[in-house]
Design a binder for this molecule. Structure first.
Ligand SMILES: Cc1ncc(COP(=O)(O)O)c(C=O)c1O
Length: 333
C-alpha cells in the first residue's frame, strides 16, 4: 500500500469536502424535503422545448457546438447573454467592459480567488455566506473578515464602515468584498438600494474591489427586481458574477463574469489553464433557450410555486417555533 499523503501538495490539503456535496447526499433521501441545496424544481419544465432547442443546435450548428471554442465564450452566446443582462437583469455592458463565460458561477468564484488573493490579503465577506465559496477561498489563505448579516436587510453598512476604519488604523487595506446582495445564500436577506450605493462609495474611498455574486435576483417573488450593485458602479470597482443555473438549468454549468476588459483578460488567462473553455454545446443550447424566451416562461411558472413554499415555511416556523427562534423573512410583503 502506498501512503499517498506524502505526495499530495500543501495546497491540496487546503481543500475540504464541500458541505454542499454532503448536503446534496442527504437531500436525496426520499422522506426528506430539503431546502438546503438550492436545487431548482424541474417538475414543470417544458421538456419538449428543451429537446427542440437541443435538436436545433445539433442540426443547424453541430459543427460549432461539438468543436473547441474561445476561452471567453462562444461570441453568439455572449451576444445573447448581453441582451439578457440588458433586458432581464437591468445591466448595460459598457464599452470598456466584457464578459467571460465560466463553468458555473462556482468556477467564476474560484478564478476570482486565484486572481486577487495572496495569502493574508483581507477578504471581507458576509457571515454566514455561501459555503461553497469558502472552498474556493480557503486554498488562497486570505484573512477572512466577516460582516454579520444582522437583519432581512443583510449586512450593516455601519459595521462595514467601522471595520474599514479599524483595518485602516492597523494599516491594512482590504482587497475584496465578496457579497451576495439579492436573496443572500443562506439567509435570504436583501440589501436595500441605499446600502448598494453606499458600498460602491466605500469601495472607492477605501480602495477595494466588490465581487457581487448574483444567482437569484431574477427569482423575485413580489414587486420590482433588485438592481445589482454593479448598476451603481461608474468606476469599474464591481465585478459581477452570475449564472444560468437558477433561471434555466444548473446542469448546463453556465456562469459568467462581467467586468472591466483588463480584469476579464486576466480571468481568461487563468481559465485557459483550468479547462480551456466551458462546454460549447451547452453554451449554444443556452443561447437557443434564451433567444426563445425559455427562461421567462420557466420563471413565470416556477416563481408562484417557490412563493407558496416560502409562505408555507414561514407559517410552519411561526406555528412550530414561535418565540423560540428568529429567522429572516425573504421578501415577505
Ligand atoms: C450564492 C451562490 N453562488 C454561486 C452558486 C453556484 O452556482 P453555479 O455554479 O451552479 O452557477 C450558488 C449555487 O447555489 C449560489 O447559491
Amino acid at each position: 500500500m502506498i501512503d499517498y499523503e506524502r505526495f499530495f501538495s500543501e495546497e491540496s490539503n487546503l481543500y475540504r469536502v464541500s458541505d454542499i456535496r454532503k448536503l446534496l447526499e442527504v437531500a436525496k433521501q426520499k422522506e426528506l424535503i430539503s431546502l438546503g441545496g438550492g436545487l431548482p424544481d424541474f417538475r414543470i419544465i417544458d421538456s419538449k422545448e428543451v429537446l427542440d432547442a437541443v435538436t436545433t443546435v445539433i442540426m443547424n450548428k453541430g459543427n460549432i457546438a461539438l468543436q473547441y471554442s474561445a476561452t471567453n465564450g462562444e461570441p453568439s452566446f455572449i451576444d445573447a447573454l448581453t441582451e439578457y443582462l440588458e433586458k432581464d437583469v437591468g445591466l448595460e455592458v459598457k464599452e470598456n467592459e466584457s464578459i467571460i463565460v465560466t463553468t458555473g458561477s462556482q468556477q467564476a468564484i474560484d478564478i476570482t480567488a486565484r486572481l486577487f488573493l495572496n495569502p493574508n490579503d483581507v477578504l471581507l465577506l458576509e457571515k454566514p455566506t455561501y459555503v461553497a465559496s469558502l472552498n474556493a477561498f480557503f486554498p488562497r489563505r486570505p484573512r477572512f473578515e466577516g460582516l454579520e448579516i444582522t437583519s432581512d436587510n443583510g449586512i450593516s453598512i455601519d459595521e462595514l464602515e467601522n471595520k474599514l476604519e479599524k483595518l485602516k488604523k492597523e494599516g491594512i487595506k482590504p482587497k475584496v468584498l465578496y457579497i451576495i446582495p439579492s436573496y443572500q445564500n443562506p439567509t435570504g436577506a436583501i440589501l436595500p438600494e441605499k446600502s448598494r450605493r453606499k458600498i460602491v462609495e466605500l469601495a472607492h474611498e477605501y480602495d477595494f474591489l466588490v465581487v457581487e455574486d448574483d444567482p437569484y435576483s431574477q427569482l423575485t417573488y413580489e414587486g420590482e427586481k433588485p438592481k445589482p450593485i454593479k448598476a451603481f458602479d461608474e468606476e469599474g470597482r464591481v465585478i459581477y458574477i452570475s449564472t444560468l443555473s437558477k433561471v434555466v438549468s444548473p446542469g448546463l454549468r453556465i456562469g459568467f463574469v462581467l467586468a472591466d476588459r483588463a480584469v476579464i483578460n486576466r480571468y481568461s488567462l487563468i481559465k485557459q489553464a483550468l479547462d480551456l473553455h466551458s462546454s460549447t454545446l451547452t453554451q449554444l443550447i443556452a443561447e437557443e433557450l434564451l433567444r426563445r424566451g425559455f427562461h421567462r416562461k420557466y420563471l413565470s411558472k416556477i416563481i408562484p410555486i417557490y412563493r407558496s413554499r416560502r409562505d408555507a415555511m414561514l407559517r410552519s416556523l411561526e406555528e412550530e417555533l414561535g418565540d423560540d427562534a428568529v429567522w429572516t423573512r425573504p421578501l415577505e410583503v
